[in-house]
Design a protein around this ligand. Structure first.
Ligand SMILES: [Cu+2]
Length: 237
């Protein structure tokens, strides 16, 4: 009888501990939508005729991605991240991958953490020379002929780094090197989600390569979801 009681108590304690752990891993969520107001500049078609191996990969000419919008004034490629209030956490060992495909950078904006491995791939039949224009971090550029292994590197300081190709002037992208793991990029519908936030007071920043940045203060007290929306003023040029 006593043994049974002890095992029931032990089982209950285990369940309680598991629930506690779960709550800690879960935490709160900040999610929302990024939109624009006003009239954004129209994307411009890119002429890739000088690089036929890339041009033939696109049935219709691709357009510039400085501003990418969707239905309902949604704004894509906005980096949403916790800029204050979250501790700097360890970088994941899983690399952030940046692909050169069809003479485009995929994704256009890549967010990753300080000291997280960055892996640059060339999926094209032509050489690229990737040149991240770092100012705070070490600046480098590297040639990558077709079929060569990925370039693996990392950055040790937070920075928004414009990326260009020294061979193809239309290739542009951004590395968003961030201090912690709480970051997201707004999708086609402008949506984003920052889950697993412990209770605390946070500054959430939204950054767009052409429309600048905005911040908002949010308090998370438990496992709730707080809605934060960003509205950027479009530039007509
Ligand atoms: Cu290139």
């Amino acid at each position: 009888m006593r043994a049974k009681l002890i095992s029931i108590t032990a089982a209950l304690a285990l369940i309680f501990a598991a629930a506690l752990l779960h709550a800690r891993a879960g935490g709160g969520t900040i999610s929302g939508k990024v939109t624009y107001e006003g009239t954004p500049a129209k994307p411009k078609p890119i002429d890739m005729s000088k690089e036929p191996s890339c041009a033939k990969q696109h049935a219709t000419p691709i357009t510039t991605e400085t501003v990418v919008t969707g239905p309902g004034n949604s704004l894509e490629n906005v980096v949403v991240y916790i800029s204050a209030g979250a501790p700097d956490d360890a970088a994941p060992s899983e690399p952030a991958t940046f692909d050169q495909k069809g003479c485009q950078y995929i994704p256009h904006v890549l967010a990753f953490q300080v000291n997280q491995p960055l892996k640059v791939i060339n999926d094209d039949q032509t050489s690229h020379n990737i040149h991240p224009l770092a100012k705070v971090n070490r600046e480098w550029n590297k040639s990558q002929p077709p079929g060569t292994p990925p370039i693996v590197d990392k950055y040790d300081k937070p920075e928004f780094i414009p990326v260009k190709c020294n061979v193809h002037p239309w290739m542009h992208g951004t590395f968003a090197v961030l201090k912690n793991s709480h970051h997201a990029i707004s999708g086609q519908d402008g949506g984003f989600s920052l889950p697993n936030l412990p209770a605390g007071k946070y500054t959430v920043t939204g950054w767009h390569e052409s429309y600048g940045e905005q911040t908002q203060e949010v308090t998370i007290s438990g496992s709730e979801t707080k809605t934060v929306n960003f509205v950027f003023k479009a530039k007509p040029y």
